[in-house]
Design a protein around this ligand. Structure first.
Ligand code: C2E
Ligand code: MG
Ligand code: MG
Length: 758
């Protein structure tokens, strides 16, 4: 092959016979022949039939390191290293077989043994030559080092290519194995589906999730395991993938377990494509989030519901309210917020214990649920307060009806721990139509209306009006100022005489607090005392009243022939009465002032006494030991039952002025007055009639046998300086109506109006 490159050249000067053998005159080669021989890039030698070199060219000299003279006469075999001598010998033997039988031949992968013993990579081409009847061999030797280097390089590259192909194949096998492992042992469910969602393969995790065997899943449409209500979600995801809108989708859906359970799954589905980008199938990975979701649902429920009653809490209520508010605006209808508060719940808690109180709240919640509409929201606002959100109302009158329905759940008594309990509640109602700016004010408005309901006597609901808010603002300002009033000496105690209705002698005084406001004038106590009761301020006011009254009374002299000076009665608010320090405070005041305990009486209202009967009984017992009596004030306005009265056994009851001087004289009130006076007599209690304004009222009370009374007919509450005057008069009421002091309280109604004018 390599030799053929030379043939055209050789053929220029070599004649060949019919069999292709070169036939020429070797002895006398033309000049051009010798010349050509020398310029050939390969070494050339003429070898005789014994293998002896007869002629060599210059190139062979350079290649072999032998001088030309050394080459001539040398056996060609000495240029062949021993390790590859077999090859050339064989070749030579073939050559020896005779020209007619041989084709031109040669070899590659041979080495030339150079003079210095080094080897040179060569290729040879041998051509037989018959010259003068003798057989010669023309040996052409090409230095193959460069070519071999190139070929070595090529084969290295080829080897590398093969190696890298092998490595790639191994990597492929490895990655396939890795992939298989990742697929089979993945914690997530893995599914391969065809382009129509038919299942091609699934892993164990997926089978376990659904409770089906591999055979039950493979071949089915994957959506057949999806919850019927969520198939739309899966189909939409599939549509987005197949339409090319996305290449990967994630969604959450429910599947059906083989046992019928619903399981929540987080699904990721993506396209698997071949090298050309054509979609082959879909890979779905699935995570079971059932427990996660249940937990988060539980947490969400906890965050939005009251733990005791399970009702919505404030957060959820406000969310619903904001939505309802927007809906009312859109649909041009109304809604209502009803804030309900159990009256005197503290007493319930005190007598039943907190656990009992909790049971009661739960029982109430269940009743409220029964009268709630599904579209409405019921919420425990905290403590004993409940909120109700009514939607889709057409008129404020409907809100009124809803409030009645809500409060109506208390019509029936509760039965708890073997006892029957009557509960009452008040409610503030605010109607909205979505046209105000801020829905968040609705709760404040409901609170304002609730306050109004409590103020109006509890056990009722009141519809919010804007004037109520003005009053609330004024009230707030008043509370701020009340705190200052104590320090700046604006508060003082006035005293209203309590008179023996037969002798008209002053037997005692009721201490009543007054607030001389620098701008508002005289603020009546039934305006500021309830405000103070809502904060710790009431303790400061109460301490002030007690301290002042006890100190003042200690200085009083007996009137006329009386053995001892008049007593003083001091009003106590609920919180004050149930203050654990009350008895010791009173003890301290009495000993500091020197006032005899029997000259001090404490007035509490029926509701204060009955809110916690056990607690009241205990306080009364302690005060009794001290020698201090209790007066049950405003008797007849509360809801005391006869059994409680027998239990508490107060020494004195004060008939509320609504029975003594009713705005409208009624047969019913007259009968009640008669009944209360006779009850007091029968239970051996002293009866004081409040608010006697006319001689007729006085005459009637005397006729009924009522012993004591107080009222404008005798004297309003007067400042302490005027008490001295009354005491000095000796017998203020004897035989004549006592002259009214100069500093008369204005009638309470006018007072209140003035106080609230801001
Ligand atoms: P209360 O204890 O029932 O006091 C009687 C109220 O009737 C007093 O009103 C008195 O001025 C008023 N009154 C007396 N005679 C007549 C009359 O003939 N006609 C009319 N219409 N009213 C008469 P006041 O002083 O305005 O006190 C109102 C309420 O404020 C008291 O009712 C009492 O519950 C509370 N209060 C007054 N001072 C104190 C106090 O120092 N501490 C506490 N906790 N409450 C007080
Ligand atoms: Mg009183
Ligand atoms: Mg009273």
């Amino acid at each position: 092959m390599i030799w053929s490159n030379y043939l055209p050249i050789v053929s220029v000067w070599m004649a060949t016979d019919e069999s292709g053998l070169i036939v020429s005159d070797f002895e006398d080669p033309p000049l051009s022949w010798q010349h050509l021989l020398e310029v050939l890039p390969d070494g050339v030698a003429y070898v005789d039939e014994h293998g002896v070199i007869c002629q060599a060219n210059e190139r062979l000299e350079a290649m072999s390191g032998y001088a030309r003279e050394e080459l001539v006469g040398r056996a060609i075999g000495t240029l062949v290293p021993s390790w590859c001598r077999d090859g050339p010998v064989t070749t030579h033997d073939e050559l020896d077989q005779g020209p007619s039988a041989r084709a031109m031949t040669g070899g590659s992968g041979l080495e030339l043994l150079r003079r210095d013993g080094s080897e040179l990579s060569i290729e040879t081409a041998l051509a037989p030559l018959v010259l003068d009847g003798k057989l010669w061999t023309v040996v052409a030797i090409r230095d193959n080092a460069a070519q071999k280097a190139a070929e070595d390089l090529r084969s290295d590259v080829e080897l590398n290519a093969v190696a890298s192909e092998l490595a790639a194949a191994e990597a492929l096998a490895n990655s396939e194995q890795r992939f298989r492992l990742a697929f089979e042992s993945n914690m997530a469910g893995m599914v391969f589906v065809d382009l129509q969602d038919g299942v091609l393969a699934v892993n164990d995790a997926f089978c376990q999730m659904l409770g089906h065997s591999r055979a039950e899943i493979v071949g089915k449409n994957i959506t057949s395991f999806t919850h019927p209500e969520d198939r739309g979600i899966a189909e939409e995801a599939h549509r987005r993938l197949t339409s090319g809108e996305v290449d990967q989708v994630s969604y959450v859906k429910r599947d059906l377990h083989k046992d019928g359970r619903v399981i929540d799954l987080e699904v990721s589905k993506s396209s698997a494509r071949d090298a050309s980008g054509s979609r082959l199938y879909f890979v779905i990975s699935v995570r079971d989030i059932t427990e996660e979701r249940a937990l988060s649902a539980q947490l969400t429920h906890q965050a939005l519901h009251d733990s005791l009653t399970g009702l919505a809490n404030r957060v959820l209520f406000e969310d619903r309210l904001s939505q309802a508010y927007a809906r009312a605006a859109r649909q041009a209808n109304r809604g209502a917020v009803i804030l309900m508060d159990i009256d005197d719940f503290k007493g319930v808690n005190d007598s039943l214990g907190h656990l009992g109180g909790d049971h009661l709240l739960v029982a109430l919640a269940r009743r409220l649920e029964k009268v709630s509409r599904l579209s409405d929201t019921l919420c425990r606002f905290g403590g004993d307060e409940f909120l109700y959100l009514a939607e889709g109302l057409t008129s404020p009158a409907q809100a009124d009806q809803v409030a009645k329905r809500i409060l109506g759940v208390l019509d029936e008594p509760f039965f708890l721990a073997g006892s029957q309990l009557e509960l009452h509640a008040s409610a503030g109602v605010v109607v909205f139509d979505g046209t105000r700016n801020d829905w968040s004010e609705l709760l404040q408005d409901a609170d304002v209306a609730l306050y109004e309901a409590k103020r109006q006597g509890k056990g009722r609901h009141v519809l919010y009006t804007s004037s109520m808010r003005k009053r609330a603002v004024s009230r707030f300002a008043l509370v701020q100022e009340l705190g200052q009033a104590l320090q700046s000496g604006e508060l003082s105690m006035h005293y209203q005489p309590i008179v023996d209705l037969t002798t008209k002698e002053v037997v005692g005084f009721e201490a009543l607090m007054r607030w001389q406001h620098p701008e508002r004038g005289l603020v009546p106590p039934d305006v500021f005392i309830p405000l103070a009761e809502q904060s710790a301020l009431i303790f400061r006011l109460g301490a002030f009243a007690l301290g002042q009254a006890v100190a003042e009374a200690a200085s009083w002299e007996p009137i006329g022939a009386q053995a001892s000076p008049p007593y003083v009665t001091v009003n106590l608010s609920a919180r004050q009465f149930h203050d654990p320090d009350l008895v010791s405070t009173i003890k301290g005041l009495l000993s500091a002032s020197g006032l005899a305990p029997e000259r001090l009486m404490l007035e509490i209202t029926e509701s204060v006494a009955l809110a916690d009967v056990a607690g009241t009984m205990s306080v009364i017992k302690h005060l009794d030991r001290l020698g201090v009596a209790i007066v049950l004030d405003d008797f007849g306005t509360g809801y005391s039952s006869l059994s409680y009265l027998a239990l508490l056994r107060p020494k004195i009851i004060k008939i509320d002025r609504s029975f003594v001087s009713p705005s409208k004289a009624s047969v019913r009130n007259n009968t009640l007055l008669e009944a209360i006076v006779s009850l007091g007599q029968k239970l051996d209690m002293t009866v004081i009639a409040e608010g006697i304004e006319t001689q007729e009222q006085l005459a009637r009370l005397r006729h009924l046998g009522c012993e004591l009374g107080q009222g404008y007919l005798f004297s309003p509450a007067v400042p302490k300086l005027e008490v001295a005057a009354i005491l000095g008069r000796k017998s203020p009421g004897r035989g004549r109506r006592p002259a009214l002091p100069t500093t008369v309280d204005p009638p309470p109604a006018r007072n209140r109006a003035r106080a609230l004018r801001s």
